[in-house]
Design a protein. Structure first.
Length: 476
């Protein structure tokens, strides 16, 4: 009797299978909700940090450029005036000039009038350098143009109007991937600066700086260490060069780590989980191919290794593009090589517009994007679009009407292909994985170009560092 009563008490304390299942479901829901909230908070913090990091980096670049461009020497040799030649594109360029050196580094407003400094800026594949210093590996573009303020007739002296051209508008665009995601943060930093020496020269035709009056040739060369006579430099100057080179190498390594991490996180859209599982198990599929290409590129440490990895990826991209072109345009095989170049421009524009329109639809803000189609139509009419997308501005041929006609003809040719390209096939489910893998490969190629530039900068700094160290060691 006692044993039976104990069994009944034990059965009352136990949980049924239904109760256990309900508890598991509730716990799973709570944990999932908590994890989702935490993930969103973490992503928001990561985005905010990435945005702030990018903003700070671009502001420092803007400060460098302000200080350099305001003190540019406006070259004069007798009656000949030679203003600075600005870059004619925004993404890949090199710009060298002479500027008056700061007397006191702590006060950038005090400039020497008899000492010049050689400055060299270069932008290649997102890597922006100033002399031997790495400014950024996240620089999408830098636009430097003379101010386009509207002229007025309030000046009786035309020299004052000419002087207004001494103002430069600088726009720096940067992009940085949010750690642990495929999302990117963009930031645009704008600034303007007046080139003082050019301004004064244009206002007063008789103006000459102390440098011009004394015909001095005292130039501090910092743009290329190979041009510097290290033996003529003081120990302090050599140590300063060494510190700059070491700092640049550290920054290069940090950026290389970030790029490798971003490439390692690259995942194609449209790939099913079972394909990823198959690749993990060793199956030969599209995702497995991509994964091997990605890992090889991430592991590459030298320029030769990166180029070899890029070569394999580029081959696959070219093969996919040929298929895409044929899917989009029935007469592609009949085009000549020159015609294919124009077709490719039209195709890239069409794909860009499609992605842009899809993005605007998701935003649902009532705005319409300024598409390449609108730009091409304007150019075909001999016009350009203003910032609001209105066809008002006239194409600039630099005073040569034949250049305008050439631009109009080219726009008409590309527009003809654009209007006959169909991208409906992209919306079919069987192409999702192929398109996703193709786009991820393109992203890898873009990152690889930046990686190559960083390795070049790192190798150059290492070479120069050894030379400076050798010179310092010889003086002991």
């Amino acid at each position: 009797m006692i044993i039976k009563q104990q069994k009944n008490n034990m059965s009352k304390k136990a949980f049924t299978l239904v109760e256990i299942m309900v508890a598991i479901v509730i716990t799973t829901i709570v944990l999932t909700a908590a994890f989702t909230i935490w993930s969103r908070i973490r992503l928001r913090i990561s985005r905010s940090y990435t945005k702030q990091t990018l903003q700070n980096e671009l502001r420092k670049i803007a400060n460098y450029m302000q200080n350099d461009f305001k003190s540019i020497r406006y070259y004069r040799d007798g009656d000949e005036s030679k203003p600075i030649e600005l870059p004619n594109n925004n993404t890949n360029w090199t710009l060298s000039f002479q500027k008056f050196k700061e007397i006191d580094e702590s006060s950038k407003d005090k400039l020497a009038q008899d000492i010049l400094e050689e400055v060299k800026y270069s932008l290649n594949n997102k890597v922006l350098k100033r002399n031997n210093k790495l400014l950024s590996a996240n620089c999408e573009s830098v636009q430097i143009i003379r101010a386009t303020e509207e002229k007025s007739n309030i000046y009786e002296d035309k020299r004052l109007e000419e002087a207004r051209d001494s103002k430069l508008e600088i726009e720096i665009t940067g992009v940085l991937r949010v750690p642990g995601t495929t999302e990117e943060e963009y930031h645009v930093e704008k600034t303007s600066v007046v080139m003082r020496n050019e301004y004064y020269t244009k206002i007063n035709k008789n103006y000459k700086s102390n440098f011009d009056l004394q015909k001095m040739g005292n130039v501090v060369v910092e743009a290329d260490l190979g041009k510097i006579d290290l033996a003529s430099q003081s120990n302090e100057a050599l140590k300063e060069m060494l510190a700059t080179l070491e700092q640049t190498m550290i920054k290069c390594n940090e950026n290389l780590d970030n790029i490798n991490s971003a490439m390692g996180d690259e995942e194609p859209e449209g790939v099913h989980w079972w394909e990823k599982l198959g690749a993990w198990l060793g199956a030969d599929n599209l995702y497995g191919e991509f994964k091997n290409e990605r890992n090889k590129l991430v592991a590459a440490d030298t320029i030769d290794e990166v180029n070899k990895a890029v070569e394999d990826i580029q081959k696959k991209v070219d093969e996919d593009e040929e298929k895409f072109f044929k899917n989009s345009y029935s007469g592609y095989d009949k085009l000549t090589n020159e015609e294919k170049k124009e077709f490719k421009k039209a195709y890239d524009m069409k794909v860009h517009d499609k992605n842009m329109e899809d993005a605007y639809k998701k935003l649902n803000n009532g705005k319409e994007p300024i598409t390449n189609e609108k730009i091409l139509n304007a150019q075909a009419n001999g016009n350009k679009l203003d910032e609001n997308g209105k066809e008002t501005t006239i194409l600039d041929g630099g005073g040569d009407s034949s250049i305008v006609e050439q631009k109009k003809q080219e726009a008409n040719n590309i527009l003809s292909y654009y209007n006959n390209i169909s991208l409906d096939w992209m919306d079919k489910s069987e192409y999702k994985e192929i398109i996703g893998t193709y786009q991820s490969r393109k992203n890898l190629l873009e990152s690889a170009n930046t990686k190559i530039e960083l390795i070049k900068v790192k190798d150059e700094c290492n070479r120069d560092k050894n030379e400076v160290e050798k010179e310092l060691a010889s003086r002991k």
